[in-house]
Design a protein around this ligand. Sequence first.
Ligand code: NAD
Length: 501
Amino acid sequence: MAALANQIAQLDLHLARFRRTGILNLINGQDVTGDQWFETRSPVDDSLIARVSLGAAETVDAAAKAAKAAFPAWAAMPGDQRKAILHRIADLIEARAEEIALCECWDTGQAWRFMSKAALRGAENFRFFADQAPGARDGQSLPSAEHWNVTSRHPIGPVGVITPWNTPFMLSTWKIAPALAAGCTVVHKPAELSPLTARLLAEICHEAGLPPGVLNLVNGMGEGAGKALTEHPDIKAIAFVGESQTGSMIMRQGAETLKRVHFELGGKNPVVVFDDADLDRALDAVVFMIYSLNGERCTSSSRLLVQESIAEAFHEKLIGRVQRLKIGHPLDPATEVGPLIDAGHLAKVQSYVAAGKAEGASLAAGGQRIGEKGCFIAPTLFTGATPQMRIAQEEVFGPFLTSLTFRDEAEALQIANGTSFGLAGYLWTNDVARAMRFSTALEAGMIWVNSENVRHLPTPFGGVKSSGIGRDGGDYSFDFYMETKNIAFAHGTHKIQRLGV
Ligand code: NAD
């Protein structure tokens, strides 16, 4: 209790200024606000955190113009200078990691035990891409018989970054750091449900010496500021993380101005447990990958596929673990599962509890709302589901696991591939040949064999099918934020056709 009281006292200090001024937009290095506001509330107790300046099409226009004006100088800055600024941003994120984590927990309901690390991962993202900045333009030498072809990469221009409310700070850095390292300027439109840490990030970037206009922050609604950003002619590309349906809308909205788009969308990721696996490690990973981060995680393993021969014993242990999860205040270091992001999302998750019951699956744990205040739901497990049930097909995005059983490898593969999504897959088996066969045939952008999601920043991150378009990570990020140019130098020896002689 003392730890929690101390955390709340610290948070209060950090929030005091936002209670006074509200959360403002930041354009060209200046605080910008208009007449309209919206509110951000805490999912812990529905209390008001702060008013937020509501950006509209004119605000986005000002931000896009600032990003356009700042682009030439930022793009021309030598990579090692950009590198130094991005490292300073990482230093400041580390210095303010506690503040960031406290604000993120309060704004989103995510538990402290995960958010304290997420802030530091944001700093890691900046360091990783900072180190790549000097070489981002490097290309290939592709000589042919009579030409010497040389490729190089160039930043695409001002880009829009649109982020969701789940682990918003870390996710924003994952997009903004490579864009800045590439030499792009950015307009960031964070999720309306979690604006707090986006403001901290923008402040940190400027404090670290990022020139005005290089990163601009516009808060607002998806259909307002978000839409305007995707339609703006000065914005050359949109990096978007969010729901698959929103991705479709953005693609339509960006069609007129031929936007390059990068989409990281939803998932219904399978974790497949064969009877030859290390079942203790598999159980730990299954529980972690759906109940950590409140299950509000794109790569959560929300479908458990367990082999019939071990299903009963596996379920028994699983139910015990789910029932013992510690639900509580997100700032309490002991909490494992906090409240969902808002009442609307709580209602959505509850509607899937009703759907699971109506479809005939067995509610083996949880499902009920907890308390009258805030957005808490007991971690939920359905067993006995079948592949076509809605709870086995649709993304719930909460602490909600649907378990299905399978007889053999062929059936497991059919079930695993039988949804519209294809973000991540997790495979537990000690049979190496099976692991190779199965992971080759599994329709997913990222597969972990005998592991939970452990990120390695140089590896590609992204999904197939309705889960996304494009890849982040390592050099893949630069392919999105940069244009590749080929220059062919002739040796002066090749024959040129002579017409009209
Ligand atoms: P969302 O699609 O509702 O919103 C995401 C962002 O898009 C918000 O900033 C929102 O304001 C904006 N937006 C909404 N409508 C828009 C429009 N018409 N034009 C422009 N912008 C618009 O998603 P959410 O509910 O905030 O986030 C949860 C979703 O994000 C889940 O589906 C989850 O799987 C997905 N997600 C995917 C990944 C990944 O890497 N694949 C990572 C995290 C979250």
